[in-house]
Design a protein around this ligand. Sequence first.
Ligand SMILES: Cc1cc2nc3c(=O)[nH]c(=O)nc-3n(C[C@H](O)[C@H](O)[C@H](O)COP(=O)(O)OP(=O)(O)OC[C@H]3O[C@@H](n4cnc5c(N)ncnc54)[C@H](O)[C@@H]3O)c2cc1C
Length: 409
Amino acid sequence: MKIAVIGGGPAGLMAAEAAKSEGAVVEIYDAMPSVGRKFLLAGKGGMNLTHSESAEKFRQRYGARRASIQPLLEQFGPEALRAWARGLGVETFVGSSGRVFPSDLKSAPLLRAWLRRLRQDGVTFHVRHRWSGWDEKGALCFSTPQGNRVVSADAVILALGGGSWPQLGSTGAWVPLLAKRGVSLEPLKSANCGFDVNWSQHMRTKFAGHPVKPVVVTALTKDGKEFRQQGELVVTETGLEGGVIYAVSSWVRDEIVAKGAATIRLDLSPDRDLSRIINDLSQPRGSRSMASHLKRCVGIEGVKAGLLREYVPKQEFSDPARLGAAIKALPIQLIAPRPLKEAISTAGGVAFEGLDDRLMVRALPGLFCAGEMLDWEAPTGGYLLTACFASGHAAGAGAVAWLQTLGKV
Ligand SMILES: Cc1cc2nc3c(=O)[nH]c(=O)nc-3n(C[C@H](O)[C@H](O)[C@H](O)COP(=O)(O)OP(=O)(O)OC[C@H]3O[C@@H](n4cnc5c(N)ncnc54)[C@H](O)[C@@H]3O)c2cc1C
């Protein structure tokens, strides 16, 4: 019983491990010279493996796709993931935000130990093998430095990633290949991404790269609820990015599609309420410039003062009530998501409606899909990797279970 896993990211490696542990012969194919490149990059800034919050809260992070992701998490969720890492000699800890990290915050030791174990268990790796579809007999076609190769397998697990950061291997080039075979797909879209703003030239040149912190972002989402999160964002040459922007990004993206633009509000002084700010701004300015008045009375300077100048008419600076209102709720219009290649993750992909509960494509028996190429999205916080691992685990076990029903095991 041979299972071909195409894509050696966290989802594909986990699928391979799950299938191997059930006795399958597993071969992994990846287009890049080495596997797990995005996983390694995720470890650069401190790899957030999963989250320690309650199972109920955790599931809610998958929004409209919660019902599809929940059964996967029940088989291999945050606790199983931490135990799995421990099994590879990597302890995890819960940070102050509830996020779970490997004890050294890195992904490289975890990946190294994992690849060593997979090889010892007999999983075979074929790197520099770019999958390009099927031949007329249904065999898998790869382009390799040695030329084209055709491979047959009893079952195939695709774990090809989304379309963000294509330089790390996941290019989204699989979309037309699956569309041609009738697989039901949602268009790939940027998730956890920055957005364009119509900045003035002054804002671009003076403040691009400046972090805005602390800041609270609020937005009125479509179900009438208020999104509200304190954090940090960064002004870029084209707009805004950073953690708190990523957190609201799925609403902003969909709002832009529906209405052409989305408005968020920034509270530039989260520690003071409006009445205090108005009071502080009402102190006599004397001969001080407005810039030093703002700095001295309400602690606003640099990029925060730049944002106020960008949006508040000059004459309103002398009106404490109007300026105070702008400081507490500065409206910023976001006009376009940054391109998919710059996003942290991808929304859209293979629709769950076309898959069975083993993640097998109903229309193409023997073909399974896992990881970010499936149509779900979640905020950052460990939810992305957890769902990739969980779906990889389900697809690996599912492929073996399907082969068993055919008597091939
Ligand atoms: C900068 C950054 C930081 C991140 N940090 C975190 C974090 O801290 N926590 C978290 O939960 N998530 C994080 N993520 C997201 C997480 O890394 C991804 O969700 C995850 O790697 C997706 O796993 P995957 O296995 O589905 O796909 P990928 O990791 O993208 O792997 C897909 C694999 O398929 C291969 N492939 C693609 N096409 C082909 C083809 N045609 N033929 C053969 N092989 C192919 C690719 O080479 C690649 O190896 C981060 C992402 C980025 C960009």
